[in-house]
Design a protein around this ligand. Structure first.
Ligand code: 16G
Length: 248
């Protein structure tokens, strides 16, 4: 427990509740790297002795840190430091490849399926096609530093990118292929995001611990000529991903 020893004593007269002060100290210790990712932090009992507060207060601090995603608990084993979440800023239209590289992570994909299908009604509607028009559907598991992060199913009008399935979409960025091979630049997208319980396939492919939700994202992207070009459904790991929005 060398970690917190240098801390000055808690301020018992402060308006900031004790659990909040403890939470902030633990946050600082984690940010300073005093605990490694997936390292066990001291137990409730040890922390309550160290700070001279009740275990209830410690439990409140740890609970708040678990809810913010900084810690996770394993029943019977203790409380551990979680990996930092990857933040996707929502104001720019970027690809998975760009998002990961911007964070110093190595993007990769596992191609799960790539096929030509007739457009179901809902997707034909979104893409401005007649029902049954030919689509390419590309399902990929997206990884960052070899860790599964998202499942993505992208559907594009085949007429806009004929023969796209012959490119190695397990290795290349879809946006890069659209640009380099078809001269398609993407201009804007509309996205919806919701929290959801993963289904069994998602849980297995994303290596999701039990009880962790996914962020379901739907994106309709338009090319620079205004035409809709991709309709994507994805599921991002809720414990590893957060979306940042700038408000003015
Ligand atoms: C992002 C997009 C997805 C797009 C993909 C292309 C979200 C929610 N989705 O993951 O719509 O198809 O990037 O990535 O951001 P790529 O160019 O690396 O293949």
């Amino acid at each position: 427990m060398a970690v917190l020893r240098s801390d000055p004593p808690l301020d018992r007269d402060s308006a900031v509740p004790m659990f909040e002060q403890i939470k902030e100290r633990l946050e600082r210790a984690i940010a300073a790297g005093e605990f490694a990712v997936h390292e066990r932090i001291p137990s409730e009992r040890e922390l309550s002795t160290q700070y001279g507060v009740s275990r209830m207060t410690i439990r409140q601090a740890l609970g708040a840190l678990a809810r913010s995603g900084a810690l996770y608990a394993r029943s019977g084993k203790g409380t551990f430091v979680a990996e930092l979440k990857i933040e996707q800023p929502l104001q720019r239209l970027t690809s998975f490849t760009e998002d990961m590289r911007a964070r110093g992570l190595r993007p990769s994909s596992r191609l799960l399926a790539a096929e030509r299908i007739g457009a179901p009604l809902e997707i034909a509607d979104a893409l401005g096609l007649s029902p049954g028009a030919e689509l390419v559907r590309i399902s990929r598991l997206r990884l960052a530093d070899d860790e599964p992060l998202a499942l993505e199913i992208a559907q594009l009008p085949h007429a806009r990118c004929p023969g796209i399935l012959s490119y190695d979409l397990g290795r290349r960025s879809l946006y890069e292929v659209l640009h380099a091979e078809y001269g398609i630049s993407l201009a804007r997208a509309r996205q919806t995001i919701e929290a959801a319980t993963p289904d069994d396939d998602e849980r297995a492919l994303l290596h999701l611990p039990h009880g962790v939700p996914v962020l379901r994202i739907r994106r309709l992207t338009h090319a620079s000529d205004g035409a809709p070009i991709e309709f994507v459904r994805s599921a991002y790991r809720g414990d590893r991903y957060q979306l940042g929005v700038e408000l003015r």
